[in-house]
Design a protein around this ligand. Structure first.
Ligand code: NI
Length: 266
């Protein structure tokens, strides 16, 4: 698959379960905006079969190289971001992995059972399959009581968790404050955990996100409505060197992970 086709594949899958992103697109397009995508984010488990290294190698073929490494202590996540060296205007890829071995014995055994299930499948094959993990609704609830991230991943599988509007490129909107007002006016629910705007100009990055949509997901015992994906907005600032900051800030991104929190998603 060519890179453009691959990115379209991720987008089509994402937009199908994220109607809020479609709504935002429509709203911005009505204002004559052309949307630049800042980054696409993926979630996975910290395991040699599907961990960060596997993602890094997969995207390397398309000209993506590792350009940042992060640690989200509270959420038990490692993360990296990749930039495209052939065409830097392409969206960055942000991948996080859950250090699931830091969870309880019960969660570890559910997760390891599921990783064994997909053994031998390539990342491309895993992306193509929609329901790679098969947990019960009870196991899902056990997982989210410890890690919303673990539950999300077992319910949704390996797919784009969010796409991100690059706010700097919007012509009719000057910043996140103005954009957020517009979204609130249209009744688009935003993630307020830790404030609507995460980050600050002094960290060279400000981000806002919607809350995730919900969808009925088939578990092994029954179907249940769970949070799926959300849309994100990033405004980047120049560093003292005059160069635009392309990285991520762990303190502020920490709260963005809560956009798929069952307690917060209505
Ligand atoms: Ni993001």
């Amino acid at each position: 698959m060519k890179l453009r086709e691959l990115l379209k594949f991720f987008w089509d899958d994402y937009i199908d379960i994220t109607p809020v992103a479609h709504e935002v697109h429509k709203l911005l397009k009505e204002r004559g905006e052309r949307i630049t995508n800042d980054h696409i984010a993926f979630r996975t488990f910290s395991h040699s079969d599907i961990g960060l290294d596997v993602f890094e190698n997969f995207f390397k073929v398309y000209g993506y190289v590792k350009s940042g490494e992060y640690n989200f202590e509270l959420k038990k996540l490692n993360a990296i971001h990749l930039e495209n060296i052939i065409d830097p205007s392409l969206p960055k890829i942000f991948i996080s992995e859950l250090r699931y071995k830091e969870l309880s014995e019960n969660s570890i055994s559910i997760i390891e059972r599921e990783i064994t299930r997909i053994k031998g499948l390539s990342l491309e094959e895993l992306f193509a399959q929609k329901d790679i993990f098969k947990v019960s609704s009870i196991e899902y609830k056990e997982l989210i009581s410890e890690s919303e991230y673990a539950g999300w991943l077992c319910a949704l599988g390996l797919r784009a968790n969010h796409f991100t509007v690059f706010v700097n490129d919007l012509k009719s909107i000057t910043g996140l404050d103005e954009l957020n007002k517009l979204l609130i006016n249209k009744n688009i629910p935003l993630n307020k955990s830790g404030g609507i705007i995460k980050g600050s100009p002094s960290e060279y990055l400000e981000q806002t996100s919607t809350m995730a949509n919900k969808r009925e997901i088939k578990f092994t015992d029954k179907t249940m409505s769970v949070p799926t994906c959300y849309y994100e907005f990033a405004r980047r600032y120049n560093m003292p060197s005059g160069e635009l900051f392309h990285g991520f800030v762990t303190q502020s991104a920490d709260k963005i992970f809560e956009s798929t929190d069952n307690e917060l998603v209505k």
